[in-house]
Design a protein around this ligand. Structure first.
Ligand code: FES
Length: 102
């Protein structure tokens, strides 16, 4: 388990999405209502980078074909076919800095 710095919490306001490469994984970090959540950044349908998607509440819509992902769980909430979860990761905030554990 590696703990990787994402950035300053003050630069990641509510509704913002950022992404980092951590432990060889592409990880997306979103601020949803003042709380940070991390999930895989690669859509398991055809590989779109999810940080380019649209965030509404906790639901992120894939920019390519519209799959909907719950960023609090890493689970798909809508798509015509079943997709593998994108995964979710633990996020911590220490002294104003956001970290993700992968
Ligand atoms: S790549 Fe995300 S829905 Fe197709």
């Amino acid at each position: 388990m590696a703990k990787v710095m994402v950035g300053k919490a003050s630069d990641m306001g509510a509704g913002s999405i950022t992404h980092v490469t951590a432990g060889g994984q592409e990880v997306l970090v979103a601020n949803i209502g003042g709380k940070y959540y991390a999930a895989g950044n690669t859509c398991t349908h055809a590989g779109a980078e999810l940080h380019d998607g649209t965030l509404e509440g906790k639901i992120l819509t894939c920019p390519w074909h519209g799959a909907k992902w719950d960023l609090t769980t890493g689970q798909m909430t809508w798509f015509p076919q079943k997709l593998r979860p994108i995964g979710s990761y633990r996020v911590t905030v220490e002294d104003g800095t956001v970290y993700v554990e992968v």
